[in-house]
Design a protein around this ligand. Sequence first.
Ligand code: SF4
Ligand code: SF4
Length: 442
Amino acid sequence: MKKNISTLKLPHYKSTASCQAVRMAVPKEVLLPMNMHSGQEAVPIVQVGEHVTVGQLIAREEGRNSAPVHASVSGTVKAIEPYAANGRKTTAIRIESDGKQERCPDLKLPQPTNLDEFLQCVRDSGVVGLGGAAFPVWAKLAAAQKNHIQTVLINGAECEPFITSDHRVMLECGELIQKGIELLKQFLQSEEYIIGIEKNKPDAIEALTERFKDDPAVKVMPLSSVYPQGAKQVLLYNATGKVVGPGQRLASLGVIIINVTSLVKMAEYFATGMPLVERIVTVDGSAVKEPKNLIVPIGSSVRDLVEACGGLKSEPGKLLFGGPMMGKTVATMDASILKATNAIVIMDRKDAKKSEPSACIRCGRCVAVCPLGLNPTAFAHAMELENEDERAAILQKEQVSLCMECGCCSYVCPTHRPLAENNSAARRFIRGWESAHKEGGK
Ligand code: SF4
Ligand code: SF4
């Protein structure tokens, strides 16, 4: 990676920062997709008509980097049906709630005695990267089987505008953060734990500094409020001075990065035996009447969350899962809250209006702002080439696979070029091209 860790000052719009997370009323039903993690889909193990309880395993993990799914309400399985509201086609389990939130009687407190057992428990918890990446946490921690992990970086940067769910977790779940770190100390035996928090959250910095004041292994590190401070490569560089190269694993540098909410949910499983069935979601945006932080069962619909926020005050123009920089547009209010949904942002029509792109004026701002020193205009030119091998050669040379789709380049472009969308298409192309060439033995 070229070192160009730049600074993009964005308006924060964190109007919910002081809103304590409140529990939403139990929804009438939840719809739980099988692809709420980055790897292979989970496989349903319940039947239509079956009674299920909260925390019950309803879909087992299957294949690479998969994760199990647990019932987030007690009630009856009404359907196992096709689902595509969040973009990718999958299967989802629909559960009609009985309103009782009855705990699954089979849940037990995990009591691992060594690293392998600990990893199995984390695997059973269903916890994935809850800051958005959705990579199973056990798979990340499993790096400790091969490499000594000296430093655990706990990501509390939360640099995207609007989102405050990690912020609330840091203020409201300090004990679980401590428990999570104790677990990692016991089983990973890492020497150093750095909690990276942007300076726009002084109360969280203060609370955690106070909590860990007698623990020399834990360092609370205030970070500049610049976007994308929470991106893996940026956080790594700013917190440790280390740089991860193309194709290099973080663990080979003796580091892993875990999102603070993921750490808390992992710790909660060890403290209560309850796997991941609910989370805090920030609900905000110009169309939302009363922005809030809500504790919601996974699989609740956007509609349920919006109702819990007093409804909409204007016609929605855009619904985002996540923030305005890296969030994904979703077309329907029936979409389910996924494990990694940290926020939904609903903009009114005025805020959602896109500026029309015009020709590139070669100002170079997109290159100058890229934290990794990448050249998005080169990606755009490559994507115009008909010859796929030539296209791939340029994209590889320009290291498109390093792009983290942070959107900084699009944000600064004065002619509104759709650079982030193009980068995303280029990354998809190169993944497909490389896997086809690997399979073809070329
Ligand atoms: S989205 Fe743009 S700014 Fe962000 S890493 Fe990719 S090329 Fe760089
Ligand atoms: S910022 Fe926009 S106009 Fe400027 S070089 Fe990049 S693509 Fe062209």
